[in-house]
Design a protein around this ligand. Structure first.
Ligand code: GLC
Length: 736
């Protein structure tokens, strides 16, 4: 027994302190290689020198006995994510590449690193509608990835939020393809500028978690092209990422990892993608021959479908050729060698991790993401000399930065709501009292006596997030039964959009105790607030706010920062208004409409519209001007709008432009987001804001002609502070 234990301990430490490899190429081995053409020629030459086994070794992460053991000991036990050295060939001096996740921070850490800058989740940043902020955040994440000796970022996650119950909603930027595309593009540009290979994911239609390894998503061609792919197309065509991560699920009966239509015909032939496709981890490809024929370059993290045996048999059976294998290998090698050869404009030492400016940015991101949904003259808390502040709820003093799936990252600390509010009041001599809400009577008593009450509710990694289970057969059984079989496991899709009963009971109990009360929600997606939203005077979405979330929350609550976030998704009045969703399912159809396009089309009133968020000031929109009332298919629609800050507090306003298709000859949404901007306005300040829409972005996909077509007709324009039609100024233009 003792010997076994000793072996286990030694194995553990050997796998925690695994051998590391440099990801840069040793140029002295390739003195004459510099240009892209020379690098591509080198890739072909290297492949021609490889044995068949060496070629196959380029087609998966790391040898199973290494990768699986490292993952087991690091991810499962040490709660660290190891470097998986993919594609290393020491004989030919080919360096490995290493993937790190990172929607909210660099996940893979160098063995001497214990923490990284941890931002609010991507959905929170989606709520900031601030693309330049996102770019700044992604620069920091890229710098910290490089400092952690990683050169591929498995990010951005830009899967569309089709239903708010999706467990990984927190990892994406919302329900709208245009918003997703802008954030995805910003991320890729930032990562690539630091020689981090970006790998947008999960390609494609991965918008359901608990059946993701089995679910078949049925989708018609228009819906695929106009709803679920445009943001990938923009991110890939304009951002030119080195890689793309294929999704686990099936589309119209074909696993993404096996789909030549998706990975070659659309991604490469139509969109011109020149990088390589890597699978999602674990169950990303099942049939090696199908993967090769589809154009799938790398199976991650270890070798299963892409085995020498399976591929050799495929060649012997005439299903694939060795040239197909060469093309697959050159496809990834030429791309990653380009990065390995490219010199850096800056150095990435370990001490570039957690720089003070990185931490300050994490707080700024949290401040700019929070969405004020309701405010009956409560916020900002203005009671001068407030002596007693109550912070109540089971999450009030919990470190809660989001799920513990692949988007997790390790912060050096987390400022909880209670700590942030306490920090704010420290120098004011006020009393901040914590109550976890478990005893309703004591919570009510405290709330009644306090000058201000912050009720903290929401979710944790137990309630939502990446669905962490080890074995596929449980997912298969649950999907077949259309209900959970066995224990649930960590994270996953939510079964209900309601808050936990204990949170709703707490809100009910406290609602009438104090009119200086705000409900602060911590989470990553929409919730159903029907039971209590009319009973409380203020509601703030604080999201999973990252390592500085508590300080940001205090700055918002006490008016140091004016809330500027707006919802990146719609919140329906009733859960049944959303599209059909079942976490446990084998087949599901994704329709053309969801979110605001669905609610507009069916004229369904929502609780809170896409793009909605309050401020401590008010903004007046006027004077919508359209430069040219008539445009052509090759021109831009130039628009200006006047926005005035009519209140007494400076703030940032998100102006949104939607295009309407009332006259369309085909079934189209009432309106679609096609431009937005975030602007600073001092009290009383008025600015004329330019917005533009390319006529190309008015197109619809005609499945008959298999072409994007722009209708010659009159289009409507809607400009304002949310997607709520009543709030929007309208205009129109003709396309000839
Ligand atoms: C996970 C996730 C994916 C992540 C990968 C590596 O299963 O689905 O988003 O990049 O594995 O952690």
């Amino acid at each position: 027994m003792f010997v076994l234990l000793l072996i286990a301990v030694i194995t553990y430490y050997r796998n925690i302190n695994y051998k590391t490899y440099d990801i840069q190429v040793e140029k002295s081995y390739f003195p004459e290689v510099n240009t892209a053409a020379e690098i591509e020629a080198l890739a072909k030459n290297l492949v021609s020198e490889m044995t068949f086994e060496e070629k196959v070794d380029q087609m998966y992460g790391e040898k199973n006995h290494k990768s699986l053991r490292k993952l087991a000991n690091n991810f499962l036990i040490a709660k660290r994510f190891p470097h998986i050295y993919a594609g290393k060939n020491e004989r030919l001096h080919i360096p490995p590449w290493v993937l790190s996740d990172g929607p909210r921070g660099a996940r893979v850490m160098h063995q001497d690193v214990a923490a990284v800058t941890t931002f609010p989740v991507a959905m929170a940043r989606g709520a900031s509608w601030d693309v330049s902020l996102e770019k700044r955040i992604q620069h920091v994440i890229a710098i910290e990835m490089r400092a952690n000796k990683v050169n591929l970022g498995a990010t951005p996650c830009i899967n569309l939020l089709r239903h708010p119950a999706w467990g990984r909603a927190q990892e994406t930027y919302g329900e709208d393809p245009w918003l997703l595309g802008e954030f995805g593009l910003a991320t890729v540009k930032a990562l690539e500028s630091h020689n981090v290979m970006a790998s947008p994911k999960h390609f494609a239609l991965n918008s359901l978690e608990n059946s993701r390894w089995v679910v078949n998503v049925e989708v018609d061609e228009r819906t695929l092209r106009e709803v679920y792919l445009p943001h990938f197309k923009k991110t890939i065509q304009q951002g030119k990422p080195a890689a793309v991560m294929s999704a686990y699920n099936q589309i119209n009966g074909e696993y993404c990892g096996h789909s030549k239509r998706l990975l070659t015909d659309i991604l490469r032939t139509e969109w011109g993608f020149e990088g390589f496709v890597n699978t999602d981890w674990g169950y990303g490809v099942y049939d090696g021959v199908a993967g090769v024929k589809a154009g799938l370059n790398v199976e991650m993290p270890s070798q299963s479908a892409y085995s020498v045996k399976a591929l050799q048999e495929g060649i012997d059976a005439g299903k694939i050729t060795e040239q197909d294998i060469d093309d697959i290998v050159v496809g990834s090698l030429k791309t990653r060698l380009k990065y390995a050869f490219t010199g850096d404009e800056q150095q990435y030492p370990l001490d570039k991790i957690l720089l003070p400016e990185h931490i300050a940015l994490a707080r700024e991101a949290a401040e700019k993401s929070m969405v004020l949904l309701k405010n009956n003259s409560v916020l900002p808390f203005k009671k001068k000399g407030a002596k007693k502040i109550a912070v109540i709820g089971r999450l009030a003093d919990v470190e809660n930065t989001g799920d513990e799936g692949s988007s997790d990252s390790t912060p050096p600390y987390v400022i909880t709501p209670f700590q942030g509010i306490s920090n704010y009041h420290k120098t004011l001599g006020n009393q901040v009292i914590l109550n976890d809400g478990s005893d309703l009577e004591s919570a009510k008593k405290l709330a009644a006596e306090a000058d201000e009450v912050i009720v903290v509710v929401g979710y944790t990694r137990e309630d939502e997030g990446e669905y962490i289970i080890l074995f596929r057969d449980k997912m298969v059984a649950s999907a077949k039964a259309q209900k959970l079989i066995g224990s649930k496991g960590m994270g996953g899709d939510r079964d209900s959009l309601r808050l936990r009963p204990e949170d709703e009971q707490l809100i009910e109990a406290l609602a009438s105790t104090n009119d200086q009360l705000v409900v602060t929600y911590i989470g990553g997606s929409a919730i159903d607030m029907n039971p209590w939203q009319d009973k409380v005077p203020a509601i703030l979405f604080a999201w999973y706010g990252g390592m500085e979330g508590g300080n940001a929350l205090a700055n918002i609550l006490y008016g140091k920062v004016n809330p500027s976030g707006k919802l990146p998704f719609s919140i329906a009045k009733n859960e049944k208004d959303y599209p059909y969703f079942n976490p446990y399912i084998e087949n599901i159809s994704y329709g053309y409409y969801h979110g605001y396009t669905l609610f507009d089309k069916k004229n369904i009133e929502v609780a809170y519209p896409f793009g909605f968020g309050l401020s401590y000031t008010n903004y007046a929109y006027s004077n919508l001007q359209i430069a040219e009332p008539t445009v052509t298919a090759n021109s831009n629609i130039q628009v200006t709008i006047d926005i005035e800050n009519t209140g007494d507090m400076a703030g940032e306003e998100i102006v949104q432009l939607y295009v309407g298709f009332k006259n369309s000859a085909v079934d189209r949404p009432v309106k679609l987001l096609r431009a937005f901007d975030k602007i600073n306005l001092q009290p009383g300040e008025k600015k004329t804001i330019p917005l533009q829409v390319s006529a190309q972005d008015l197109a619809w996909y005609n499945p008959q002609t298999k072409k994007w077509e722009i209708e010659v007709m009159d289009y409507e324009l809607y400009v304002g502070g949310s997607s709520a039609t009543a709030e929007l100024l309208t205009g129109s233009f003709k396309l000839e």
